[in-house]
Design a protein around this ligand. Structure first.
Ligand code: ATP
Length: 251
């Protein structure tokens, strides 16, 4: 089990600080919240963790491993998975195939073996399909396995994205606004899944500006405003913090 640790990370654009010295810990087995009004710097933090943006200063650790300068394959090996604000699926491919694609990191057999349809490749493909089917069952989507992912509702597409991230068997899972555009019932059923994923020992960092959802799900919440942390604590403490109220009302 590994924690995600941000140690004083910062990022500027054209000399203007977007994130200015953020330190936080998302421990294994917990859902840690990172909230803040529009433009607070949440997406910039996620993009630094996932290597899409370089840090201007600071360190990012997964367990004992320094992943500050890591590229996508190194991050995958360290066990970092994410979901995106905008859904990124293979629309024409089936739900099952989309989830199988998420297992990419664990594939042992080479592309050539796959192309040639060698027995080892066929066997591996079958194993991956079995694992994907288990995920589909957990997400209540078994009946939709053969449907093209692009034809499904927004809520279902978000679930597929989640399954793809989980297929990596991550140590750290970054959820970037996972319930945006969902109604309360859909959000609730996803919340149950997040809890069960955390219980397996995954460190989840939940990035949201839906404060109510974060409050219901996280034991510990960090609040970002104008690139800096202005508060942290349990949902009650954060919800009553005058600085947090002001940041949200002023946004
Ligand atoms: N590529 C970029 N170039 C210049 N400025 C940027 C860039 N990306 C982000 N910013 C600026 O950095 C600040 C933080 O933006 P960021 O998108 O991280 O906030 P956010 O909290 O994710 O907001 P939202 O909730 O609206 O997604 C904003 O002032 C934004 O304009």
């Amino acid at each position: 089990m590994k924690a995600l640790v941000l140690d004083d990370i910062a990022r500027s654009f054209g000399g203007l600080p977007a994130v200015d010295g953020v330190s936080l810990t998302a421990p294994a087995g917990r859902i840690t919240g990172l909230i803040g009004p529009n433009g607070a710097g949440k997406t910039t933090v996620v993009n630094m963790i996932t290597g899409l943006l370089k840090v201007t200063r600071g360190r990012i650790l997964v367990g004992d491993e320094d992943v500050t300068e890591a590229d996508a394959p190194m991050l995958a090996r360290a066990g970092v998975a994410r979901t995106f604000q905008n859904i990124r699926l293979i629309g024409d491919a089936s739900v099952l195939d989309n989830v199988v694609a998420g297992f990419h990191r664990h594939e042992k057999v080479g592309t050539l073996a796959n192309l040639l349809g060698l027995p080892s490749a066929v066997r591996e493909r079958r194993e991956l399909e079995n694992k994907a089917s288990a995920l589909l069952e957990r997400f209540g989507m078994t009946g939709l396995a053969k449907h093209p992912a692009g034809s499904l509702s927004y809520g279902h597409q978000r679930r597929i994205e989640m399954m793809r991230a989980l297929a990596m068997d991550p140590a750290v899972l970054l959820l970037d606004e996972p319930v945006a555009g969902m109604n309360d019932t859909e959000a609730h059923s996803l919340a149950d899944i997040f809890r069960s994923v955390a219980q397996q020992g995954v460190a989840i960092l939940l990035i949201e500006h839906n404060m109510r959802f974060v409050m219901s799900l996280c034991q510990h919440i960090y609040v970002l405003a104008s690139g800096q942390l202005i508060a942290e604590g349990d949902p009650d403490a954060v919800g009553q913090n005058p600085k947090v109220i002001e940041a949200y009302l002023g946004a």
